[in-house]
Design a binder for this molecule. Sequence first.
Ligand code: THU
Length: 134
Amino acid sequence: MNKEQLMELALEAMTHSYSPYSGIKVGAALLCSDGTVYGGCNIENVGFTPTVCAERTAFFKAIYDGHRDFKAIAVCGGKNGVPSGQFPPCGVCRQVMREFCKDDFQIILQNAEGGCDVFTLKDLLPVSFRPENY
Ligand code: THU
């Protein structure tokens, strides 16, 4: 599975978004080390704080199913379901990634040219509180 294929799955996941408040649809496709892919979307709530991001939806589905080894996640998002280029994961989602992923875990984001840029978890959360600190 290459980065463009994983992004296609994230774009599909975006269509599942429940986002009546912000109107922002976000999709994620999480690639496990065994090749399984989990889709996730943002799920909003009238109480706002119970809202969950697309990335965490994908992770929690995978964790529930017993996966603990992850290679990459593709993320896309935009207002009214129109992808708006780079849509980086929020800090809470980065911390969830930190719980389960190593420094070289890949975070694939769309760029303004319509391609995909690859970052590592170390790039996006360089000095982090991690399970080894506990
Ligand atoms: N959102 C995500 O799904 N992932 C992120 O990493 C950033 C934000 C969602 C949450 C909310 O439904 C909407 O985007 C606007 O914040």
